[in-house]
Design a protein around this ligand. Sequence first.
Ligand code: GCB
Length: 622
Amino acid sequence: MSLFARVTQTALLFFGTFLLGAAVHGQSLRPAFLLTGSLHRDSQDLSGQWTYSKDLYRTGLTDINGWVAKSRMQRFRDLDVAAEEAKAGATFYEFDMDRGPLMAIPGAWNAAKPALRYYDGLIWFQRKFKSRPLNGGRAFLRFEAVNYRAHVYLNGKPIGRHEGGFTPFVLEVTDALRAGDNRLSVGVDSTHDAQSIPTMVTDWDLYGGITRPVKLVYTPATFVDDATLALTKDGRIKGSVQLAGPQAANQTVTVAIGELATVKATADASGRAEIDLKAPPRLKRWSPDSPTLYDVRFSVAGDALRERMGFRTIAVKGSQILLNGEPVFLRGISLHEEEFGPNPARNMTEQASRALLSEIKHGLNGNYVRLSHYPHSETTVRLADEMGLLVWSEIPVYWTVDWENPAVLQKALAMQAETIYRDRNRSAVILWSVGNETPVSEARTRFHSALADNVRQLDPSRLISAALLVKRKKVGDDDVTVIDDPLLDKLDVLAVNTYAGWYGDDPLSALAGLKWQMPGDRPLILSEFGADALAGYCNDGMKKFTEEYQAQYYRQTLAMSEKMPTLVGLSPWILKDFQSPRREHPVFQNGWNRKGIMSETGVRKEAFGVLSDYYRQKAGAR
Ligand code: GCB
């Protein structure tokens, strides 16, 4: 049995509540609790200094030979080690979370301490906090993201665990919480394996840790757990509200959309109420040019869920994407979740996120961003809503995962569901992508098809895509680029990554003349194209890694794209240089993928100007 299997088995014995993503809540993919709109709820932010303890051999979880972990190693215990030691008995400890080193949470450990730069394994974190009495109410911990597995304990009691580094999870702590002092312990395991999503090899950095905020959220006994609304093509606003708690059945729910409309609905026996109203005539539709958001309130006796929401439609007609019924061209770029600066921690504060998105919206004249290759922080998606940027959202089914394994598919379905439940109220999100550059095989297509069917069921209001690989083949005398992929049938929008002119032998001068043969009746996005350049490396002929090479690569690829009649959007690779252990050229890369059109610190390269000018013209040509 592998070490991980052993750990999992041991961990399973420990946990009363056990989450594997969302997948354990009956057959449904809906997580037990969502706490949608928790931003506006009564809550306590647990950000700040946490103590930590490295545990490379996972001694806090399991002992040698798979035995239960020694109590002197169990970092999650509710224990004052110093006080125990003062008693001078036979007992001793090999940890003390209270006297451990400090780390700022949220943020990846790789950036926090030089000694942890390449640490890949288990680290225990602890945060002490005070809580008020609940007085009949309830309390939940909401983690926005822990990369990659989380083992959560409160006051020494197992509360739950979660797998998947980029999606939120909610654990009820009503019974484990103490009025007064509490001790929250989280074991974070960053290791990936052949059954994780993604697997061990990607083209981005490790970023282990509690990378997004953690909150203690207080609710009444019965509360509004989730609510969603969307504008339909026939001019209605439809959605649902889900109540949780002993008084959920038959409650009256009031929905107020700004000052425009108020409707009432009655919850059924399961606490679910359906909403359906005619869109008010004064409703302003959300678009990148006019990102109108409304304050929406979903209230019941004793509780309310507040959201900022926009209303728009998105559809495909022939080879066009229609936003609010009008064809739209997606002037975008790809983005990793990494803030500007020499030592990013993937701590996406609003300021950090705004700095990146502003470069796209205002610097590049863009209206679209591909949030690759995993769900980005809620902060970023909410900002896209506010600033007016359309979003491609993606789960990290990247390159190759274990296609044949039903448990892996279940993880992917759960991640996708967690993402959809989190972001389905964001008008900005128009595309759910089910994968990136996955090599065609029967098992892989089956896997993706299941994902696409799942998305269709969970959110029929948005479009489905995937970034596909292309092939070159001979048609007569011509060398033609084609998509040869049965997954096409499951997608609304085709998307392909192309690197001719960077990888491969094509000279830049040949790019504009390359021939493409794509389905004539389907919208197509170039979801990636790009070339490395080191900022400031100029005037050295047209060598690779110079800014001139990258700029010329952009000119030529854009010229090529002009000849693609079904093209509806671009998201070149990528806004900013990002860290990747695959990229170790000692002069040009040093651990950074240099395909950014900006350096890691935000210096614009020549290609930035090329793309910005192109998008200005495109925007003017509408
Ligand atoms: C790709 C991948 C992306 C890589 C990029 C590259 O096709 O989708 O994750 O970073 O190429 O730089 O090679």
